[in-house]
Design a protein. Structure first.
Lengths: 251, 479
């Protein structure tokens, strides 16, 4: 589904990613861990196509297409979803309206008819039921006045509604209390299918108790220093990141 | 996408810039007593009307053009303008059959079909083409409810007492330079009278179209709501694309008596000029409402997307006790447009309330100024004002300016003022694009959200149109 090779990326002429290689196949969950400033969020933003990041080297193939040929909206329409670390507020636009616009943008790109508000509401209720949430979010303006936890939850609602092929969760656990963490994780798990894949970007092992990864990668100084199974996350939890660093330096 | 490229997209062609090839009757250029006499004769006006025009003209010749607004433009040659232009009718317009079909086609193209079969349901429309009203729909249906809705030229002939009583009672003939000019040379516009206790059964609407070259449009609108009456009125406007600047100097007067309500909405889409600032309408307009009666209410809503220059301050004189004035505004300046717009709320009566919500959006090299005055007079015990002025900037070559004047002469007044300036953020646009929206749809959505408090004040039939118009005006503002 996703093949990243030797990815170098920089922001403001400062190189953040220094050669990332990663392969993600359908049905898999990958966790990307690493200390602050190791480039985790940069990787997520580059995958989504944020204009502030310049790719200087390497390639990314997504679903057989060169990802760099695709605008951010084309990537989204092709099923690449980023749950933002810091979701922004859109004043005056309700969640329901925004979600419908997003779903219809994707449908339109696939040549499907757009959903009218009533049809969409049915779809929405179904999704909410599937992840066990009520509809209290729907008529609030997008992320406007939401707490940190509500914003993250709202990202997951969007994930549920858009049902992407590849979901990238960027520090979705930060700012969540333990109950919210569990609800969010449960929602992610319910949405898992053999056809889709998830990349979970996180500092802490905590989230991985609930969303169990097939692979764990440790990003240090802009490249993947070590990969392993879910037990690697536990080892990181026990030993911190420092012990990995020399290895990265040595190559 | 950098902010420079966000801005680079504000280049959407003006959709209403076509010219209708129609044979026009044109008054000789220039303003003088002959021109005024000619206009008055064309309209078949009584003597008192002509005298009033002359009085205004005398005043105007002694006045100087105001230049205090935060806008820049070259000198206007008032003697080069044609003050009267009318499509030649087959006979005298009165029924649709007698109107040049090209004129009717024009309105159809603008989305204002006038024919019986196609006309907008629930909305009575007066269509003004250059200096004449060409048709008014639903006149009979309104008459049944006792509502008079006529071109003002007809009203002057058919209801002289009403017109004479109220014309100039809110905006006197010598109010300001442009109002005085209008009083001297106004050609058409709408007149609405809602009798006591009547809730107007239809939305009233006037669509103004400038077509002829080197002309100005000087329309005059007068709306009177008697005790306990209510009416909702909407005006729209557009003009062809031309290299010249055309002057539009209108006057609108509203009068609300005891417990009457007038809602007046404008969707202004005059030609804004090109990207280099060539051409476009100078929209120098005086709009004012008088809440004469106790408990009366006047509400202005405006969506200003067009014109090269806008100079406009729809205001309310809150004379009756417990009267309410409202001003909801969205002003967009893109290309090289300049707008200096806002409101005046004059609190005279006790427990009068006013609300001001202004949303300014600047893109490309647009300059947007909010200018507002809230004045609480000595006897206005318990007056309240709430003002909110928000500005949004798209790109870094545009400007937003705010001049809120407050003059309080009564210590019991309660004043609240909120202001914000925001820049449409790359992160907001990216967020929406990551959900599959095209960049321009993302901008439209952000802007629509920003303007929501104003759009919800528009009559339902037009809220959607306003939102579309806004998207069109800003299309291309991101890249």
């Amino acid at each position: 589904m996703l093949e990243i090779r030797n990815l170098h990326a920089s922001v403001d002429a400062r190189e953040i990613l220094t050669g990332v290689d990663l392969r993600v196949d359908a049905g898999e969950i990958h966790a990307i861990m690493g200390p602050n400033g190791s480039g985790k969020s940069t990787l997520a933003q580059v995958l989504a196509g944020h204009p502030a990041y310049a790719v200087t080297e390497g390639s990314i193939v997504y679903e057989g297409r060169d990802l760099f040929d695709m605008d951010p909206e084309e990537r989204a329409q092709a099923g690449l979803f980023l749950a933002f670390q810091y979701p922004v507020a859109i004043r005056g636009i309700t969640n329901a309206y925004f979600l419908r616009a997003a779903v219809n943008a994707v449908r339109k790109s696939q040549g499907l008819p757009e959903l009218d508000p009533l049809d969409f509401l049915d779809v929405l209720q179904e999704k909410l039921k599937a992840i066990g949430w009520d509809d209290s979010f729907l008529n609030s303006p997008v992320n406007d006045g939401f707490s940190g936890g509500e914003k993250k939850r709202n990202e997951i609602l969007q994930l549920a509604v858009l049902q992407p092929k590849l979901a990238i969760l960027d520090e979705t656990d930060s700012g969540l209390d333990i109950d919210a963490l569990r609800t969010v994780a449960e929602a992610v798990n319910k949405l898992r299918t053999p056809q889709n894949a998830t990349i979970v970007v996180t500092h802490y092992q905590r989230l991985l108790n609930y969303i169990v990864p097939d692979f764990v990668h440790v990003l240090v100084d802009g490249r993947i220093a070590r990969s392993g199974g879910k037990e690697l996350a536990l080892e990181l939890e026990a030993r911190g990141y420092e012990w990995i660093r020399p290895e990265a330096v040595l190559g | 996408m950098t902010s420079a490229s966000i801005e680079a997209q504000v280049l959407q062609p003006y959709k209403y810039g076509f010219v209708t090839e129609v044979e026009s009757e044109l008054a000789p250029a220039g303003v003088n007593e002959d021109t005024i006499r000619l206009i008055s004769a064309k309209k078949g006006e009584p003597e008192w009307m002509l005298d009033w025009r002359f009085k205004a003209f005398q005043q105007w010749t002694k006045m100087t053009e105001p230049r205090w607004a935060n806008v820049k433009y070259g000198p206007i040659d008032y003697q080069a303008i044609h003050y009267y232009a009318a499509p030649k009718p087959k006979k005298t317009p009165g029924s649709l059959d007698e109107v040049d079909p090209k004129v009717l086609e024009t309105f159809e193209k603008l989305g204002i079909p006038m024919s019986e079969q196609k006309r907008l349901a629930g909305v009575a429309v007066d269509a003004v083409f250059d200096s004449v009203s060409v048709a008014t729909t639903f006149k009979e249906a309104l008459a049944e409810a006792g509502v008079i809705f006529l071109p003002i030229s007809e009203a002057i002939r058919e209801h002289p007492d009403l017109v004479r009583r109220w014309l100039g009672s809110v905006v006197p003939h010598n109010d300001n330079f442009f109002a005085a000019l209008n009083s001297a040379v106004f050609t058409d516009g709408s007149f609405a009278y809602i009798p006591k206790g009547v809730r107007c059964p239809l939305e009233l609407s006037t669509y103004f179209r400038i077509n002829a070259q080197s002309t100005g449009q000087f329309e005059r609108t007068l709306i009177i709501a008697e005790e306990g009456a209510s009416v909702s009125y909407l005006e729209g406007c557009s003009a062809p694309m031309r290299d010249e600047n055309q002057l539009h100097a209108a006057v609108v007067e509203l009068v609300a008596l005891d417990n009457a309500t007038i809602k007046y909405a404008t969707i202004q889409n005059w030609y804004p000029g090109d990207d280099e600032g060539r051409g476009g309408i100078y929209n120098f307009v005086t709009k004012r409402g008088k809440c004469l009666g106790r408990g009366s209410k006047i509400s202005w809503t405006q969506v200003e997307t067009g014109s090269a220059i806008t100079w406009k301050y729809p205001g309310c004189i809150l004379q009756g006790d417990d009267s309410v004035g409202e001003f909801y505004s969205v002003a967009v300046t893109s290309r090289r447009q300049q707008a200096d717009t806002g409101t005046k709320m004059i609190h005279i009566g006790k427990n009068t309330k006013s609300t001001i919500v202004s949303k300014g959006i600047s893109a490309a090299r647009g300059q947007n100024t909010y200018r507002g005055l809230v004045k609480i007079m000595k006897n206005a015990d318990g007056a309240r004002n709430y003002s909110q002025c928000d500005s949004m900037l798209i790109g870094d070559q545009c400007g937003a300016h705010t001049f809120p004047y407050i003059d309080v002469r009564n210590s019991t007044a309660i004043m609240e003022h909120e202001a914000s300036t925001s820049k449409i953020g790359e992160d907001q646009i990216f967020y929406l694009r990551q959900r599959g929206l095209k960049a321009e749809d993302a901008v439209s959505m952000i802007v629509a959200g920003f303007c929501k408090e104003v759009f919800r004040e528009l009559p339902m039939e037009f809220a959607v149109e306003a939102q579309n118009l806004l998207s069109i005006s800003l299309e291309g503002s991101v890249g």
